[in-house]
Write a protein that binds this ligand. Sequence first.
Ligand code: F58
Length: 829
Amino acid sequence: IESAEKRTKAERMFGLLDGFLKNDSISLQKDILHHVAYTVARSPFSFDDFEAYQALAHSVRDRLIERCHDTQIYFNNKDPKRLYFLSLEYLMGRSLSNSVINLGIRDQYADALNQLGFEFEVVAEQEGDAALGNGGLARLSACQMDSLATLDYPVWGYGLRYQYGLFRQVIVDGFQHEQPDYWLNFGNPWEIERVHVSYTVKFYGTVKEELRNGENCKVWEPGEIVEAVAYDNPIPGYGTRNTITLRLWAAKPSDQQDMESYNTGDYINAVLNRHGLENISSILYPDDRSYQGKELRLKQQYFFVSASVQDIIRRFKDTHSNFDEFPEKVALQLNDTHPSLAIAEVMRLLVDVEHLGWDRAWDMVCKIFSFTTHTVSREGLEKIPVDLLSSLLPRHLQIIYDINFNFMEELKKRIGLDYDRLSRMSIIEEGAVKSIRMANLAIVCSHTVNGVSRVHSELLKTRLFKDFYEHWPHKFHYKTNGVTQRRWIVVSNPGLSSLISKWLGTEAWIRNIDLLTVLQEHASDPDLHREWKMVKKVNKMRLAEYIEAMSGLKVSIDAMFDVQTKRIHEYKRQLLNILGIIHRYDCIKNMDSKDRKRVVPRVCIIGGKAAPGYEIAKKIIKLCYAVAEKINDDSDIGDLLKLVFIPDYNVSVAELVIPGADLSQHLSTAGHEASGTGSMKFLMNGCLLLATEDGSTIEIIEEIGADNMFLFGAKLHEVPALREEGPSLKVPLQFSRVVRMIREGHFGYEDYFKSLCDTIEGRDHYLLGADFGSYLEAQAAADKVFVDQEKWTRMSILSTAGSGRFSSDKTIEDYAEKTWGIQPCRCPL
Ligand code: F58
């Protein structure tokens, strides 16, 4: 603080505040009771677990706010290059446990609660999930935010504050039903509403040309104006004071809208119309192809990027008088193509509003944007119909046309008039519905295009974006995905976390994941084996209790817990798993009692949501229930085989399921999973993987060795020839037999399952028949090792020990150095 007078004033205020918040047990108890009385407005002498959660969360929030302020002040003083991470989805899950662990005050809070007569675990269970995303991509964003904070990078995350998160999955008679997730119902203590941070976002209207200072300028006169209000979600780092911000935008009616109607006396309609505008941020689109081309989805994309880009430029201008340093201070990361309109928005603001001139603005755009794609399929690429864009964002369409014109001219100079190639690379797709290819826009305007695993990047270079790779080989890279060990070991598996710290003699692995490899030295130590198995047993008991509470089914913890939890998709082949289970059931039924004694008992657990419009995925869920009913009701089978479907799989359910798994399955047909991150969470938790050689599994094999997992299935280069064979492909007899059992109604609903069976007999695009034989062999290999508990435990320890490369800390360090060019900026403690 520069002047003595100001310093004296600041010191007095700091004194009045009693300095920083204190974290001893008595201070925490006082804080909790204060919030019970004055925030939750309940009697401090009588409050329940939920009220205790609310008060506790508010006291944690106070500490987060304190750190957030300090971090921002520090960043503002240092003025480092900042990363702005743009993502339409974040799957944050619960915040309480994660926050207190990252703040380093979990034990103090547990003690404080105890003194007040509550149990930390029970209180933490009161929190609902923040599910502002669909699946892997969205959870990845959440893991990356945790790593960015922990590694002290100067970052802002930006996204949308949906009022309805991902739908809740409810199962009625084995069928999936979707229910709205109105997650803000009971308030959200983890966000700070910034009523003063708001921007107007414009839609529709027309673009006019005007002469200003002798220059032709484009002036956009909008037809609709909406206000974007900021909600800040603090993200605390672990072992650091740094707490970064995830800023989510909510749509509010703008005072500028509809002034005309007020003046002409149509007051009622003017007020009612205002309310429709809030819908922009009301609902998260589930992962359906059907939303492509929907106006509301496009509005969401633009709403969030416009507010974010305005905020970024405002922050830059706060400390800079011109734009000379803009590319040295700003890096913008596009998490898939959903935020790609940010490119056109930056151009519009720099050219039309800041009057920098096209060439200078374009030069900056090319320096600041980087793009990561999460898809492998052409059908997964986003397209926006030109008609839609022209009506909703007329100025942006012009800008995209201009970018494309310049790009095509440049390309022609390089490749001549190769019209096929030009039309493939064009940002505009001609055809029945003229569209904008969002991936092409992102590639043309970004300095770097990242894939999410090595093989994914190869597929991008040789298939999806081959032309672009040949044109700009230097742009193409990959950063193998990772997950945060803070959430996926420390929060969700405290037993394993303590065990690792004990055997490593330090907690440093929580920030420095490389230390996990030290466990390799102890992989055969009988003492570690005993403790390791005990941790797994406790986690399995916890999971078994959950299963019983949820479904009434009692499962034996001596059985192998075999888990496949992820979004339901044909390429992820949950159906292969179910066919394998039917085969196992059929085999056991045909065994005599002597052979049955040799069977390894299994509890098969499947969980995941199907997109609401994805019929085949919904049939897979129903089949799982139908098979489960048959097996679980068969007293002749007893504990040898059980099948459970876990409804409404989300982040907090994953925290319970993953630590309790012995085996986890990752069955995508080779060439279909861009990376996969679930496998990494299971791996960290010492769970053995049964998997195909796809996505990041290929890199997991390099780390822990093929001997420590159960691999099967066609490899990437074998897939085309197998597909070529079509219906003439030879499939194992066991495969035909289990499919026939479904067709013949062994599990009921034969008419309903017919179309499902048809997808795997005949064309069988995902090659279930071709891979069935080797799948069963891999399953048999897993059974064989499970009997040898010493070998199993050794493999389990080696899995955890080798999981370090799949920490999101590694991914983020790599991005920071090679893609974003940002440095840590650590706020002093
Ligand atoms: C996933 N994509 C990939 N998309 O499928 C997975 O292999 C990868 O590990 C993960 O990204 C992280 O890189 C994914 O989750 C979506 O959820 C889209 C969100 C927007 C709507 C369409 C689906």
